[in-house]
Design a protein around this ligand. Structure first.
Ligand code: IPM
Ligand code: MG
Length: 357
């Protein structure tokens, strides 16, 4: 089969980590008889520099015409003081919206060979961690109405958190489908003791599960308590469903407790099979161009694309196994380096993984 992949390298380490993923995909293609073709489009700061906007029309068109999209990372010091509409982040939010990608799946897993990288005590992580955060991605306060006015001490600004039953149900459906393949347990995170939008969220997730997935247990957890529980007892979580802003915050926390944010990938999907796959980490401008960046998260994002957009389960597993085996043999990029291991560059890490496909 032929698959056309739009590649949005973005900023900072984006180009180098995408190169690593492309290397591995090409090897998978060779081995399993697929042809992957890659077309690059600008996004984020790179797009601002090239065409004055973080999300050029050509990029949106290219992504919509592709079979799926691989993204590196956006953002950097250079654009930090740009006006809101000319910030790299706007490109990322915009492409998610333009592609209708309302569901963002962020698995935070503790790799066996990297248990000691977790900042938590051994007691807290010894049973393993695999928290799958299902984050609503195109609604809520990141896309709600906003405004500003006044002046001096009376100057003000506001944003709105708003969710409809329709939006909550469609993300809950994704969480339920995932939970059915796993523990059949979902923790839904909200702030229903304060927010009206959270009360609707809470009522809707229960009604939806009771009606469509009666085998699933849905437990509610307030977001502040969740933040605490993730560091106290991360093993209690499996599938977590939550709003855009809470998912944004909690997914960074969950990633960090695994100790290896450079290892974690995420997928964003809508109603079809075309998705956007990216590492969870950012553009790390401080190490860009030094061949230090860990390409594994992006390589695993590419693997998720094979599984979730193209239904290539075997190929997904081949990549995951290759990553595991390279780690087991002691190879580490700088971010996950420990005493007694072999330190390698980002490009070498990608090569090692590709060789083992
Ligand atoms: C993420 C990032 C983005 C988000 C930013 C860069 C707009 O933090 O993917 O989690 O908030 O969604
Ligand atoms: Mg974030």
């Amino acid at each position: 089969m032929n698959y056309s992949i739009a590649v949005l390298e973005g900023d900072g380490i984006g180009p180098e980590i995408c190169a690593g993923a492309i290397k591995v995909l090409n090897k998978v293609g060779e081995k399993y008889g697929h042809k992957f073709s890659f077309t690059r489009y600008d996004i984020g700061g790179a797009a601002i520099d090239a065409c004055g906007t973080p999300l050029p029309e050509k990029t949106v068109e290219g992504c919509l015409a592709s079979d799926s999209v691989l993204l590196g990372a956006v953002g950097g010091y250079k654009w930090d003081n740009m006006p809101v509409d000319k910030r790299p982040e706007k490109g990322l939010l915009g492409i998610r919206k333009a592609m209708g990608l309302y569901s963002n799946i962020r698995p935070a897993k503790l790799w066996k060979s990297l248990v000691s990288a977790s900042p938590l005590k051994y007691e807290a992580v010894k049973d393993g961690i695999e928290i799958i955060i299902v984050r609503e991605l195109t609604g809520g306060i990141y896309f709600g109405e906003r405004g500003k006015g006044g002046e001096g001490k009376d100057e003000y600004a506001w944003d709105t958190e708003k969710y409809s039953v329709y939006e909550i149900e469609r993300i809950m459906k994704i969480a339920c489908e995932l939970a059915m393949k796993r523990t059949k347990k979902i923790i839904s995170v909200d702030k229903a003791n304060v927010l009206e939008s959270s009360r609707l969220w809470r009522r809707t997730v229960h009604e939806y599960a009771a009606k469509h997935y009666p085998e699933i247990t849905v437990e509610d957890m307030l977001v502040d308590n969740t933040a605490m529980q993730i560091v106290k007892n991360p093993a209690q979580f499996d599938v977590v469903v939550t709003s855009n802003i809470f998912g944004d915050i909690l997914s960074d926390e969950a990633a960090q407790v695994t100790g290896s944010i450079g290892m974690l990938a995420s997928s964003s999907l809508g109603d079809g099979t075309r998705g956007l796959y990216e590492p969870i980490h950012g553009s790390a401008p401080d190490i860009a161009g030094k061949d230090l960046a860990n390409p594994i998260a992006t390589i695993l994002a590419a693997a998720m694309m094979l599984r979730d957009s193209f239904s290539l389960q075997r190929e997904y597993e081949a990549i995951e196994k290759a990553v595991e085996s390279v780690l087991e043999d002691g190879y580490r990029t700088a971010d996950i380096m420990e005493e007694g291991r072999t330190k390698v560059s980002g490009s070498r890490m990608a090569e090692l993984i590709a060789e083992r496909i």
